[in-house]
Design a protein around this ligand. Sequence first.
Ligand code: ADP
Ligand code: TRP
Length: 324
Amino acid sequence: MRVLSGIQSSGKLHLGNYLGALKQHVELQHGNKCFFFIANYHALTTVQDAERQRMLTRDVALDYLALGLDPHQAALFRQSDVPDVCELTWILSTVTGRGLLERAHSYKDKISKGIAPSMGLMCYPILMAADILIYDSDIVPVGRDQVQHIEMAQDMAGYFNNTYNCEALKRPEPRLNEAFIVPGIDGQKMSKSYGNTIDLFDSPKAVRKRIMSIKTDSTPVEAPKHPEQCNVFAILKLMASPEEVEEIAAAYRKGGLGYGTVKKRVVELFEEHFGPARERRAELAADPDLVEDVLVDGAKRARAAAAQVMARVRDACGLMTARG
Ligand code: ADP
Ligand code: TRP
């Protein structure tokens, strides 16, 4: 299977990004042909400062490597190192109706949060479709909020193939983790733009502070509690073993368990999961060439795969002859 996914370089990665997306990426690298990229063209819709853009791009690459992505298995690269995606974006835009883009939830959400409605923001799903279709991707592992974008990529592949009566573009399928939507410390979806994240590579002290500030109700320690209605339990559930989850759920119902105690357990679980990755990240960051070497090599592999699809696409719509 060809697996492809991208993460924007628009901020620090958090627990939602890991459980919704990156965890699947790292698991899928074995036994599949994987392409993972840092969506820096997409990030330009929100980050418009060159130094910050460069820093965030390097950060996402380091995060991926620290979390176990093996660049020999999977190609890890910068989106902008395969500029062919911009050509495919244009071609797809000529077969896609405006109505499809106007229905995008993510566009509507971003506008409602005050992000300026640039053409880039509106065309975001076309660039994303190009990202997916240019590598002949079979599956696209993402969090639930991205599913509509993948369905749009399916639509766009169909529009192109129908318009030119060809099979140049392959239909991709989304793949979701069991952690559909990871809640933030306020119980809403965890997201950079809601300020409710637990960042993966913050210092132990900062992580602890965030976890201890997860919003809870004022039920006293002795009283029985509903685990399903508790933000701390929702996050614990994503990291603890099924046996421990059951045990803690029973203790909630019985009463006598304080939210503070559960939060402390979440801190421990977080450190068990991410403590070693934090150390690995510090080691990787000490090598000034490593990230660039990985990204340059990944881009070479990605460009070779993209060139094949672009040859089919350009041929299908008459931008070049079958002889090239
Ligand atoms: P954010 O909402 O913080 O800006 P992104 O849009 O950059 O995150 O998401 C990158 C990847 O992480 C996507 O595949 C997305 O679906 C996934 N993701 C983000 N937040 C969550 C969450 N709270 N739960 C599950 N997956 C998430
Ligand atoms: N839009 C995705 C996000 O915000 C990032 C992304 C860009 C992506 N291109 C992609 C994800 C292609 C999967 C496939 O998370």
